[in-house]
Write a protein that binds this ligand. Structure first.
Ligand SMILES: [Zn+2]
Length: 250
């Protein structure tokens, strides 16, 4: 019997292409993680990569997801490994992480904000509920509905577009793409990589993945102090290809 994959709905937002130095497969491509037992991507699980435990911390970074480079909707061009791990520093009160992927099973932390033991979300566990899935590009009608919803209130949309947004495109999903726009708009960052020509300078982050702290992905107790009001944001420095993980309030 064929099992119908569960679609993780997404937050309607769309961005458009800009010139950048990082090599991306697409100018505009949106996809979501769709649950599938034989999926090539994973969400959650335990932290498994060497180098994912910051010095002086009682626990490792949290593994949010691993994206499969073989997936048709994987956003990075010429990525040298088969999986891209997305890590986030939940145990920090001011979470900001920059890291480099060194191999399929190791990362190097370039910068992580200070560890705080009190009032940090998810301080008790490094595990997020695990599932497998595939990156599934949005269809034309879905992308059109997203684009329209960026410029018009929902009530002004055609009924069929409203249905797309209200049902399969509900507000809680992992979003994959290129130059994604966050709820706070475009994000700037100061590159902490001393070897980067943009070190210490502000540049725009190329956001390629947004993960809402949603009950659809993990129960509330796994998100700790975070709620549906927070999106985890993953982007690349345009000059050194390191990964930057941060968050925005929605
Ligand atoms: Zn950089």
């Amino acid at each position: 019997m064929t099992q119908t994959p569960e679609i993780i709905a997404f937050r309607p937002r769309l961005s458009f292409c800009f010139m950048n130095t990082f090599k991306f497969k697409y100018h505009v491509k949106l996809a979501r993680i769709v649950r599938a037992d034989d999926g090539t991507c994973t969400f959650g699980g335990d932290s498994t990569h060497a180098g994912a435990h910051p010095k002086g911390w009682k626990q490792s970074l949290h593994l949010i997801a691993t994206l499969a480079a073989s997936d048709a909707a994987f956003p990075l061009e010429d990525y040298p490994f088969t999986v891209l791990p997305l890590y986030y520093p939940f145990a920090s009160d001011f979470p900001l992480l920059q890291y480099r992927v060194k191999s399929n099973d190791s990362i190097e932390i370039v910068h992580v904000s200070d560890y705080q033991s009190a009032d940090s979300p998810m301080i008790e566990t490094t595990y997020l509920p695990f599932f497998r899935g595939n990156l599934v590009p949005f269809g034309y009608e879905e992308v059109r509905a997203i684009a329209l919803s960026e410029y018009f209130p929902t009530w002004a949309l055609d009924h069929s577009d409203q249905k797309l947004i209200d049902s399969s495109l509900a507000f809680s999903s992992v979003m994959i793409g290129n130059n994604l726009r966050t709820f706070q708009g475009d994000l700037d960052h100061d590159c902490r990589n001393a070897d980067c020509k943009a070190h210490g300078k502000q540049s725009r982050l190329n956001v390629f993945c947004i993960v809402p702290c949603s009950r659809d992905l993990a129960p509330d107790d796994h998100w700790g102090a975070y709620t549906d009001d927070v999106d985890l944001v993953f982007g690349t420095c345009r000059f050194c290809d390191t990964i930057v993980a941060t968050n925005v309030c929605t």
